[in-house]
Each structure stands twice: as C-alpha cells, then as structure tokens.
Design a protein around this ligand. Sequence first.
Ligand SMILES: [Zn+2]
Length: 282
Amino acid sequence: MMILYKPNIHYLTEHATDPDKRRYAVEAEAPRHYIDLDFYGERSVDSLPRNWSTAVEKFTLDSLNRHGIVPWHIQLMLIRLTEAFKQKNYSLIMKNSAEIGHYIADAHVPLHTTSNYNGQKTNQTGIHGFWESRVPELLAENEFNFFIGKASFIKDPTSYISKVIKESNQAIDSVLYFEKVLTEEITEPFKFSFENRNGKIIKQYSSNFTKSYNLKLNGMIERRMRQSIFSIASFWYTAWVNAGQPDLQQLTNQQFNQQELLDFEVLNETWRKANSIIGREE
Ligand SMILES: [Zn+2]
C-alpha cells in the first residue's frame, strides 16, 4: 500500500480538510462530523443501532441529522473506499482515503461527541478550537510523537468506531474540567494573548495557558491524535484487504483528470468566498 500512499502524501494531507470545506457549501455535510451522545440520554453509543436503516427507523432521518451521524458515515466511507480498491480506481481511492481519514479523526475528538461541542453550555466557548487546533499547533511539532508503527486489520470496523467514540466521550469531563480549573487559577488577561497573523491581530489562548492545559490533560491530546493516526492507517489497510489486496503498482503513475482538478478548485473557491458554515459551527 505504501507504494501508492507515500507518493500521494501531499494530496492526502491537503485534501483531508475537504469535508470541512464542504460544510460551507453542502447542507448535508455538517452532521457527518459528530454525534451528540448526550442526546441519547442514558443510552451509550453501544445501544445505538449499528445499522443505518435500523437507526433511521428508530430515530427518523431528521433527528439523526440533527444530532450527528459520524459513526454511520464512517461505515459508508469504508464501503466506498473498499469499492474503490476493488475497481482499482486511483482517484476514488485517493478521495475516499483522504475523506474517511477526516471523519475518523473527528471521531477521536472528545468534543465531537457532545451537544456541548464548543463549551457553550458551560461558559467555556472556544474550547473546541482550543483543544483540536491551538494546542496541537503550538505543541505537536516539538512535543508530540506521531510514530505509530504498523497498521492492523480491523475485523469489526463498526465495533471499532463505537469504541473510539466511547473513549472520546469519556474524555469530555477532563477536557472541560481542566479548562475550568486553569481559568480559575489564572488571572483573566493572561488566559488570552494577541498575536499577529498575516497582518491581522487575533485573540487566542496564551502560550502559557495552552501549555498548562496540555500538562493538566497529561498527554491526552497527543494520545488521541496518535490513536487517530493509527485508526486511519488501519481503516485504509482494512479496506484494501477486504477488496482482495489488489496490486496497486499500476496506479502509481496515475493522476487526477482535468475535471477532477477543476472540482477541487471549485470547492476551494466556494470555501474561500463563503462567510459561514451551514449548520453547526465547529
Ligand atoms: Zn470535521
């Protein structure tokens, strides 16, 4: 598999964010990135129907879309990726690999599994981007280790993703609690700092606050990110195995066609010009 993935690493990295860009253009996109487990009350992710049609029957499509569908969407993406491998279709393999990676990564983020997704219900608005962007942007390069070794074959992808979501959900308490503790410890002006980004002054969580938060979480963000990378590689590998381990050698010199390149450009343009996300913000 490396024979195909390695030369395309640039594409995969760049296009892993396509699903987020699509949120500015397509209404159906937003719910694919999260699930509000708290909506289901006592019932944990284990008690939700694994099968999409059963879920629709039980909760209605409207309700599912309102509270997020990430576990089922990952299942669908895995089917698409497996099919792409069976067809040995270069562009479908690349697109679906990049995109399933995005949804799997989202499922590893605690705040993607709750209706309090940005701390808005607990007076901690902004914590979503703080956890998933600010901390890694400041610390990942020098302090996080992303070497994860070999991918594994996943026998039961649906249970696997349920487990991931369960772990994410269990981490929410700490994610919120330690931000609160630190906020009480620190004097307000030091929680945020102002930095110049491309000529624009932006307010963000200060480096000090960010580092202290990461320490309090005791490596949680790095662990979730490592787990996420391992899961993505393992889903890719599983799709390839389930497709009958097709020989990918002949795909290594393929490229996207004109129309596909144009489609990428259109998505980028729409995203650049759009003012707001359709549906949930984070
Ligand atoms: Zn997302």
